[in-house]
Each structure stands twice: as structure tokens, then as C-alpha cells.
Design a protein around this ligand. Structure first.
Ligand SMILES: Cc1ncc(COP(=O)(O)O)c(C=O)c1O
Length: 400
């Protein structure tokens, strides 16, 4: 008898494992590797938030909490949705989990039956399709190329929906492209969804506060109140508050769905860390002055990287609206051979050769469902980014 479950066979091993394994090997050999692959801000958690966590420990707030979040935190999340998104949720419509990741996983586990389809625009965050597969559903990938700004059009969405469609997952600003939907672009999609009342919307808004150049963030249930009763709005403190290690994410939606997600969590992990929940409360209720200078740094870094990459022949790097990623196309480099003799047939070949020969770790596009491209996370010091881009330029100049 097989020890491993058949469900696990449906899930691909992470395509990034080989890359990060190789980066680690090179580092252990003493090579100087610049990592542009991590999906997290390089800033520290703001002091007032960290202090709230320390205070929670000192005050003995270290016991189990309600399974899907402290009432105080749920009230603060309701206030956040009202303040930032004009969405009025009750605490009973809110769930808190161990990162946005757990909340998304709970949603899939709580809703998918075999055969249910989930529309996922590509490039997508690596975990969406595999979470759908783990929960027994079928991902329906919609390719959104660079020429379309990496955004799904109304026609594409309409064509992707069948009677089996249960969810469409939207993520704006996006990991891995940084692309964000304007209100008009979102409205075009929500108009389609209004014609298909059996389809639910999962909006992953985790990069909400990381938008630049005056871009105004909006979310589907705000753009189309008619979708409120079939939308799950997901968010978290990891990215905007530089709290990736604290592991707090949350979502709001119809009570029945939230209750089902709570049931999944109650039989798996129970409550997220009590200490982290008190810190997240301080994050949501505290001052947000730290965001503007941090976002200014992200804009400066984005512009450095976009300018330097676009100066390289064969690379095309759009300037995104938000998050801290760029997703350059390497269409112009496919078919070439590296100075080290590696033939570049795919974006994985490109990323591996770049790591081996130039000491720069990026994530190749195939991991996100749209090739040939790669993702750079620019949440690093300016001089590190300059050095990394110079290395990429040198590597590309030596392709033959
Ligand atoms: C698009 C997107 N959604 C959700 C998450 C999950 O974040 P966390 O579990 O840290 O809240 C991430 C993290 O990389 C992400 O990029």
C-alpha cells in the first residue's frame, strides 16, 4: 500500500525549490549570491506594533483565543474595511488565520467539490492553483500577457466561466507582476460576474497599501455592491506592515462561508498566535505614517530596476502600479547560449544560468504560469539592486 495520498499526486512540487536549493548550495560554497527571490519587505516591523506583541507576552495574553480570532481584532478588521474600502462587515463575517495563506486555503477547503472550477488569471501567485488542486477542485488558468498589462479582460473572464465555475480569484496589486486593476478595469470584470450569479469572487488584497504614482486601490465588493454577498475579501498584515513572520491574515464575507472556514481551521490549527493577533490589532488601529516613506523607497527602487532592465537588449520590463515585484519578459533571449555554455530554451534555463554564472537568484516565470519571464522582488537596498541589475546586464551581454 502507498503511504502517500493520491491527492498529493495532483499537486506539483514547488518549481522554485530547485532554484532556492541551488542558491543555498552556492552560498554554502562561499559564492556571493544576491537573492531577488523573496516575497517580503526588507523593512522591520514598525516599533509600536512590535511593542504591542511584547506587551501581550508580558501581560500573559498567551493562551488559546477564539478559533478564528480575538473579538477585539475582528472589530478592528471591520473598522479597517469600513475606513479603507467602504465595506460594512459585522465581526461574525470576519475570520482571522495564520497568514493570508491559511485563510485562502481554508476558503478552498471549505467550498470546493470534485469538478468545481476556479478561474485564475496568469501570471498568478504560485499557491493558488495548488491550493485548488489540494482541495479537489480544477484550476482554470487564463493567460494575461504583458501586452494586456497582465490583466484579465471582460471577454476572457466571460469565456472562462462555465456552469462548473465556483470562484474567480483576483489579486490586485499582483504577485508576481505588481499590476493593479483600476476601478474601470475592475468594473468591466464585475459586470461580467453580475451576469453569472453562481460564481463567487475571491479578492486577494494583500498588497492594498503598496500602490504608487497616485494609483487608487479598489476591491470588487466596493466597485460592485451587488457582489457583496458572494465575495470573500482577503487581506493581511504581512506586506504593508512588514509582518511576514508574525503570520496574521484575515478575510470577510458571508457568514455561512466564514463559519465553514472556521470549521476547517478549528480541526486543523485552531487560533493563530495570540501574541501576533495583539500585534496585528496595534497595526490596524495604530498610526500609518511609516507607510509613505516606505512606499517612496519602493517607488525609487522600482524605477531603478525598471530603467536598468529595460536598457538590456532582449528584456522588456513594464513599470507596475504596486507591490514590490517586476516581471520582465525575456522573449528576446530565448534560443541564446550563455557564456558558460548553457542553452537558454526556457525561463528556468535562464534563471539557473543567471544564478550559476552571475550569482543572482530570481524566480522564473513558469512558476507563475506565464513564460518566458522572471520575477524580481525589489524589496532590497538600492545599491544591492544596482549591483544585481549590473550583473544581469553583464550576463545578458555575454549571451551568444
Ligand atoms: C498574492 C499573495 N497572497 C497571499 C500571500 C500570503 O501572505 P501571508 O500568508 O504572509 O499573509 C502572499 C504572500 O506572498 C501573496 O503574495
Amino acid at each position: 500500500m502507498q503511504i502517500l495520498s493520491a491527492t498529493l499526486d495532483r499537486v506539483k512540487p514547488s518549481p522554485t525549490v530547485a532554484m532556492s536549493g541551488r542558491a543555498l548550495e552556492l552560498k554554502e560554497e562561499g559564492k556571493d549570491v544576491i537573492g531577488l527571490a523573496a516575497g517580503e519587505p526588507d523593512f522591520d516591523t514598525p516599533e509600536h506594533i512590535a511593542a504591542a506583541g511584547i506587551r501581550a507576552i508580558q501581560e500573559g495574553k498567551t493562551r488559546y483565543t477564539a478559533v478564528d480570532g480575538l473579538p477585539e481584532l475582528k472589530r478592528a478588521i471591520c473598522a479597517k474595511f469600513a475606513r479603507d474600502n467602504s465595506l460594512n462587515y459585522k465581526p461574525s463575517q470576519v475570520t482571522v488565520g495564520t497568514g493570508g495563506k491559511q485563510v485562502l486555503y481554508n476558503a478552498m477547503m471549505a467550498t470546493l467539490n470534485p469538478g468545481d472550477e476556479v478561474v485564475i488569471p496568469a501570471p498568478y501567485w504560485v499557491s493558488y492553483p495548488d491550493m485548488v488542486l489540494l482541495a479537489g477542485g480544477t484550476p482554470k488558468i487564463v493567460e494575461c500577457p504583458l501586452e494586456a498589462g497582465f490583466k484579465m479582460t471582460a471577454d476572457q473572464l466571460e469565456a472562462a466561466i462555465t456552469e462548473k465555475t465556483k470562484w474567480v480569484i483576483l489579486n490586485s496589486p499582483s504577485n508576481p507582476t505588481g499590476a493593479a486593476y483600476s476601478r474601470a478595469e475592475l468594473k468591466a470584470l464585475t459586470d461580467v460576474l453580475m451576469r453569472h450569479p453562481h460564481v463567487w469572487v475571491l479578492s486577494d488584497d494583500i498588497y492594498e497599501h503598496l500602490v504608487y504614482d497616485g494609483f487608487t486601490f479598489t476591491t470588487p465588493a466596493e466597485v460592485e455592491p451587488g457582489l457583496f454577498d458572494r465575495t470573500l475579501t482577503v487581506n493581511g498584515v504581512s506586506k504593508a506592515y512588514s509582518m511576514t513572520g508574525w503570520r496574521i491574515g484575515y478575510a470577510a464575507g458571508p457568514e455561512q462561508l466564514i463559519g465553514a472556514m472556521r470549521k476547517v481551521q478549528s480541526q486543523s490549527t485552531s487560533n493563530p498566535s495570540s501574541i501576533s493577533q495583539w500585534a496585528a490589532l496595534a497595526a490596524l488601529e495604530g498610526e500609518h505614517d511609516f507607510l509613505a516613506p516606505r512606499n517612496a523607497a519602493f517607488v525609487r527602487r522600482r524605477d531603478i530596476v525598471v530603467e536598468k532592465l529595460n536598457a538590456i537588449e532582449g528584456i522588456d520590463c513594464p513599470k507596475p502600479e504596486g507591490a514590490f515585484y517586476v516581471y520582465p519578459s525575456i522573449k528576446g533571449l530565448i534560443g541564446k547560449t550563455s557564456a558558460g555554455g548553457k542553452s537558454i530554451e526556457t525561463d528556468e534555463d535562464f534563471a539557473m544560468a543567471l544564478l550559476d554564472e552571475a550569482g543572482v537568484a530570481v524566480v522564473f516565470g513558469a512558476a507563475f504560469g506565464l513564460s518566458p519571464a522572471f520575477r524580481i522582488s525589489y524589496a532590497l537596498a538600492d545599491e544591492t539592486l544596482v549591483e544585481a541589475c549590473d550583473r544581469i546586464a553583464d550576463f545578458c551581454a555575454r549571451l551568444g
